[in-house]
Design a protein around this ligand. Structure first.
Ligand code: ASP
Ligand code: MG
Length: 411
């Protein structure tokens, strides 16, 4: 059972969480609990680090920001004990949750779940584990997993104790076909395949940390997204509550061709004009960007018509746009291009569905529908189970709603 920041926002909220936990334990389930920091707490901690020094030691940053989860793990253990249960808190270094040394964005390497299983079996002791944090054994320093990382802690612990399911209690009651704030007719999905969820999460849906879905897929941990605000005592612990199960595609009986529409306005487009069409040019462009840790997403290159030069377009996160331009301007001579054009008022709209693997013409329908609404497409990329379109940001909502109806997703 994992509870996010809004679920533990106050001590009263934590009492609500404790009742969810008690219900499951009373029903005979063996549980471990993972908690985030109180909502807003991590932002405050990050802010304090910045205030202390704009450039700071990443190890000390982790020491500071990991503390939010320490507080909530202890508080939940206290409240559970107050309800007459046996419970104790565990920090990442105590379990331990072993990670890499990439401070601020570490990856989990291993967790030994035997102690948790033993303690629950022997005395029904509920483990309350601080999410988001771990330890790098070689230096024995506290690490954190990157913002939103407690989902990943939860799935990793679920895998370590071989649990049947990892329940993510959050402020929404599941995964929707699109953002309900934009598409009023979006509906909650009962089930979604790992691959689809991975695309949704990577492409802008903010329900889950991307890495948590990856881990779930790797270890086949079924993830169930459900609401923390459903009254704990009104839920039948043996029935299926409202929520979305993220699972292997084999568990999904009824397949839609399209499962969801994601979008992100946090995109910038960079076009490199009249770059020489010869071996090594792409390497000269993307090498320096990779070194600067800038994530490149859509890449479109045309086949040159004169055999001499071509244009190359790609997207980067809007926040990295200035940096990317600087890097490319600096490498201008080495790359050899005429001009760099950029745009930050662009958005990426993506259509996702496993059914695309076996259906032709899915994307063609979208091109027609957008054309009918006068929406121009700047770039297109596709993979087996999704395609993404880069458009002017002003048309995002219209495009998302159009595609949502087009593929029969409207409630
Ligand atoms: N508290 C951390 C954050 O705000 C981790 C999490 O909540 O998932 O990023
Ligand atoms: Mg989160």
């Amino acid at each position: 059972m994992k509870f996010g920041g809004t679920s533990v926002a106050t001590v009263d909220h934590i009492r609500n969480v404790a009742r969810h936990v008690k219900r499951e334990v009373d029903a005979g389930h063996e549980v471990a609990v993972i908690v985030s920091a109180m909502s807003g707490a991590t932002n405050q901690l990050v802010e304090w680090c910045r205030e202390a020094a704009m450039l700071h030691d990443a190890r000390e940053y982790d020491t500071v920001v990991a503390s939010g989860e320490q507080v909530t793990s202890g508080l939940l253990a206290i409240v559970l004990q107050d309800l007459g249960m046996t419970a104790r808190s565990w920090q990442g270094w105590q379990l331990p949750i072993r990670t890499t040394d990439a401070h601020g964005g570490a990856r989990i390497v291993g967790i030994d779940g035997t102690e948790l299983i033993r303690r629950f079996a022997e005395r029904r002791e509920v483990a309350v584990i601080a999410g988001f944090q771990g330890v790098y054994p070689t230096t024995n320093r506290i690490t954190t997993l990157g913002r939103g990382g407690s989902d990943t802690s939860a799935v990793a612990v679920a895998a370590a104790v071989k649990s049947d399911r990892c329940d993510i209690y959050t402020d929404v009651d599941g995964v929707y076909t699109s953002d309900p704030r934009v598409v009023a007719r979006a509906h909650r999905l009962d089930r979604i395949a790992f691959e689809e969820m991975l695309e949704l999460a990577s492409l802008g849906a903010k329900v889950l940390h991307v890495r948590s879905v990856e881990l779930g897929m790797m270890h086949n941990v079924r993830i169930f997204v459900r609401s923390t605000f459903d009254k704990p005592d009104h839920i039948d612990p043996h029935a299926t509550p409202p929520g979305t199960l993220i699972c292997d595609e084999g568990e999904i009986v009824e397949h839609q061709i399209v499962t969801g529409i994601a979008f992100s306005k946090d995109e910038a487009q960079i076009s490199i004009r009249r770059v020489e069409d010869k071996p090594g040019v792409a390497a000269a462009i993307f090498g320096p960007l990779a070194e600067a840790n800038i994530n490149v997403d859509m890449i479109v290159q045309n086949v040159s018509s004169d055999g001499v030069t071509t244009d190359l377009t790609f997207t980067v996160p809007a926040g990295d746009y200035e940096r990317a331009s600087t890097v490319l301007n600096r490498a201008k001579v080495a790359i050899g291009y005429e001009r760099l054009d950029g745009a930050t008022d662009v958005a990426k709209v993506s259509v996702i569905g496993i059914g695309m693997r076996s259906h032709a013409g899915v994307a063609a329908k979208a091109f027609r529908a957008l054309a009918d609404r006068g929406i121009n497409i700047r770039a297109i990329t596709t993979s087996e189970i999704k395609f993404s379109l880069l458009i002017d940001a002003a048309y995002t909502e219209l495009a998302v709603r159009t595609l949502h109806s087009l593929y029969g997703l409207d409630r």
